[in-house]
Design a protein around this ligand. Sequence first.
Ligand SMILES: Cc1cc2nc3c(=O)[nH]c(=O)nc-3n(C[C@H](O)[C@H](O)[C@H](O)COP(=O)(O)OP(=O)(O)OC[C@H]3O[C@@H](n4cnc5c(N)ncnc54)[C@H](O)[C@@H]3O)c2cc1C
Length: 459
Amino acid sequence: MARPDTAPPVPTDAPAPDVLPGLLTGTADREAVATDRSGYRPASLPDGVVRATRVEDVVDTLRWATAHRVPVVPRGAGSGLAAGASAHAGEVVLDLSGMDRILEIRPADQVAVAEPGVLTGDLDAAAHEHGLFYAPDPASAAYCSIGGNIATNAGGLRCAKYGVTRESVLGLDLVLADGRRVRTGRQTVKGVAGYDLTSLVVGSEGTLAVVVGATLRLRPRPDETATLAAHFADVGTAAAAAAAITAARLQPSVLELLDEATLLAVDAARGTSLRSSGSAMLLAQCDGRGAQADIAALGAVVGRFTPHHRSTTDPVEAAGLLEARRAALPSLELTGDVFIEDVAVPRSQLAAAVEGIAAISARTGVRIATVAHAGDGNLHPIVVVPRGESVTEGPAWEAAGAVFTLALGLGGTLTGEHGVGILKRAWLREEVGDDSLDLQRAVKAVFDPLGILNPGKAI
Ligand SMILES: Cc1cc2nc3c(=O)[nH]c(=O)nc-3n(C[C@H](O)[C@H](O)[C@H](O)COP(=O)(O)OP(=O)(O)OC[C@H]3O[C@@H](n4cnc5c(N)ncnc54)[C@H](O)[C@@H]3O)c2cc1C
């Protein structure tokens, strides 16, 4: 069966126009797409924005940009946290949020075909109608796009069990920097023909190609879930319990950690009293037919670290328990401007990482609250500064730098799911080394020889 086209093929031999049709250059249009949710403030505005609604708009933009050597910044929903979609003078933004159709859901194959601007939560909701779900669930699912998720290889709460976005992308429809259309991957769950260009483009942060369509893997919705909440005397013990759950070969679908600063912020915002039960909290969920037995086994492991834990199979009560995690960031945002960090460490190093972050906060005097996807060792230290103060310069940024150094020293990485963007580019060489970075830049040059796709980002 042929993969459905998102648009008829566009001839690429006609000369590129001098003036780009659809280029919006009004100040309000340019301001609306100047940056993302990272807190990064570009010193200038981009020259214009194209709001694509069809593949042809993308092809026209890139052919024009190639002819005139104009850098193009692909943009999804602008919820990124690494300044990957930020744009400056001399650049044009290609906004893909208007390409927002779910083209097909094939329940028999457990596959969906979607345009890049589809919101992640909308795809998941559409899959639910067929007894299926879309596994990647960034906390921003209600307002981030599939294209942005693919470009950042987004994660989320459920990736402790189901993996990150890459594990759910079977094939991609791409437009290259010169306007050519290319298809990668396949519609089958298995397949190894040729180099895996799909995986290469996933996580490439808009620097290799523009995603204009995706064939995505769906999964059967689990019919049972069981949820556990546990309170600990200190965050190091909570992290040690999370590591023990992994070491016991248990596989929760959700395993989240909240530290004391986070619990205090949630209590202040929501009128709860989570902190009174302990200075750190773990939330776990197991799904599938063995969910109840799994949560009981998980409770037994947690019981070695704290007597204060309870579990439920009631979905309403479970939603209440998980609400603390969902409320964490909005609650911290009420207390100042925030920068959400995103380091990951080997899961056995989780306790050392949370303790090291607390020490950095104490040493620098910069407020850092930590939430973590503890199941995969991915920590989000949230730097909180007084309103109006920069989070990407000065003491806050120095503290963030110390957290990067800590993570690398523990055998970890600069970014578990948000991407490198602009903000972490200065540290990338330290993580990957000279030869790997050179190789990555050589790969970029094959896809984009003129270097017009999202320059200055990711590598
Ligand atoms: C409150 C909050 C919670 C968050 N929680 C999570 C979380 O749990 N997990 C997580 O992984 N992230 C999380 N994020 C970060 C963000 O939502 C993700 O990085 C998301 O994948 C970005 O998608 P977007 O559509 O907003 O992309 P944008 O921010 O618009 O762009 C992100 C990057 O993708 C590129 N890009 C966008 N669309 C395309 C395309 N079609 N083709 C090529 N390149 C493209 C851009 O150039 C840029 O480099 C959170 C953000 C916020 C504000």
